[in-house]
Write a protein that binds this ligand. Structure first.
Ligand code: SAH
Length: 401
């Protein structure tokens, strides 16, 4: 076993069970470990700290599997971790057939993401460690999950930083169909696991889709008619369908991608929602919001769920301006008493900064707003308390007064 020796004082984060060893913390490596090979991480004075996967090319030089010295990183270890991850997700399947069954660091499997869509798994191997154990991981998943196959979508940018190539295609079992149909809270969605974003669907927004559905239901119960809602950055229609299922009268959905909109329309048809309740607009949201304001449009609910505006800390200022812009213009379209659901999936922007940016937009809009609640990802995307970097999706529900 090869030892990776840390610089003096650099053991502190590992003693707090933070799982990443940065290149700048490494004093020396006692040998030449291969890509993804297990190394023993030790403090400068030789104390055991962790078992970790080595990655020569990454600034995260090693990702920890375990902080327990008696652990042996072998097939049985992976089987235990995977079984544990699957057990924790079991209860979700009563309301949905789209579940993130493995979420990297949170499941002690750094770099591995596995999503289940109905009878298929879609896997992303984003770090050298899980790449090295891929065959065993795939066999274990096939044994423990009742699925017809595993499709691999190892095409995230992080692969390159790890010195790994893109790999896309069937990993085990059969080719998945062009669109897999999933049902979440009684709403049907088609998922294109080959070309879709992430692994095909924004599974992480499940609770917030349900919130949107509830708001539409409550509105109808209170007013005796359905709400008028705007869903910006609608992708394949996640929030739009939830709103229609909740009884919204009119939902306008905006996205720049023709393919996403085509799928969104198919998804509406899949659920039998009448076409006159849903409008799908191909437009740039930044432009659309200004134009809607000029035309005096008003909505009972506005949803803003943009793509990641900040991919790292260097882009925070520019991203903050973009978030402020859409939120300022989005707020202006909300009727008095209506709601804004606003999100950011930029991990580099923390909750406090996001809230500050939104507060800035509220001030500039000269509106009065309450924050009703903070929103986040569903329970299958948990945050490992020792690895705060895992937090990325955040949102706010505001009510305009
Ligand atoms: N809200 C979606 C996920 C949004 S993903 C859901 O819950 O499923 C971000 C979406 O924004 C993508 O579909 C992308 O096509 C779209 N997009 C990115 N930039 C845009 C822009 N400037 N104007 C409109 N759409 C944009």
């Amino acid at each position: 076993m090869i030892d990776l020796v840390l610089k003096k004082g650099k053991e502190r984060s590992l003693l707090r069970r933070h799982p990443w060893v940065y290149d700048t913390a490494v004093q020396k490596v006692m040998g030449k470990p291969g890509l993804g090979e297990t190394v023993r991480v030790v403090s400068n004075d030789g104390r055991f700290l962790a078992w970790a996967a080595y990655s020569q090319e990454s600034t995260i030089r090693a990702r920890c599997w375990s902080f327990i010295e008696s652990d042996c990183i072998n097939k049985a270890w992976f089987e235990e971790k995977i079984a544990k991850a699957l057990r924790a997700r079991k209860r979700l399947f009563s309301r949905t057939s789209a579940v993130r069954v493995i979420f990297g660091e949170a499941d002690q499997l750094p770099g591995l993401v596995v999503d289940q869509y109905d009878n298929w798994l879609v896997a992303q191997f984003q770090a050298a460690g899980v790449e090295a154990w891929k065959d065993d991981i795939a066999d274990i998943l096939m044994r423990h999950c009742d699925v017809q196959g595993i499709y691999e979508r190892s095409d995230a940018a992080t692969r390159h930083r790890e010195g790994l190539n893109e790999i896309v295609g069937v990993l085990r079992g059969l080719e998945p169909p062009q669109e897999i149909e999933i049902v979440e809270d009684r709403v049907r969605y088609g998922v294109d696991v080959r070309h879709g974003h992430k692994t095909g669907f924004y599974i992480d927004q499940r609770e917030n889709r349900l919130l949107a559905q509830r708001l539409a239901e409550q509105f109808r119960a209170l007013h005796g008619r359905g709400m008028r809602a705007l869903n910006c950055f609608c992708y394949t229609g996640g929030f739009s369908l939830a709103l229609l299922a909740g009884g919204a009268e009119e939902v306008i959905s905006v996205d720049s991608s023709a393919d996403a909109l085509a799928m969104a329309k198919r998804n509406a048809e899949r659920n039998g929602f009448s076409a006159d309740r849903a409008q799908w607009l191909q437009a740039d949201v930044f432009d659309y919001l200004r134009q809607a304001r000029d035309q005096g449009e008003q909505f009972d609910l506005v949803i803003l769920d943009p793509p990641k505006f900040a991919s790292n800390h260097r882009h925070i200022d520019r991203a903050s301006r973009a978030y402020k812009d859409i939120n300022l213009n989005g707020l202006r379209l909300v009727k008095e008493g209506g709601d804004l659901l606003t999100f950011s999936c930029s991990g580099a922007m923390d909750v406090d900064l996001f809230q500050k940016v939104i507060a800035g937009a509220v001030i500039d809009s000269k509106r009065e707003a309450w924050m009703i609640t903070r929103l986040g990802a569903g329970e299958d995307h948990p945050l490992m308390m020792t690895c705060p970097e895992g937090e990325y999706l955040k949102g706010l529900q505001l009510t305009l007064r």
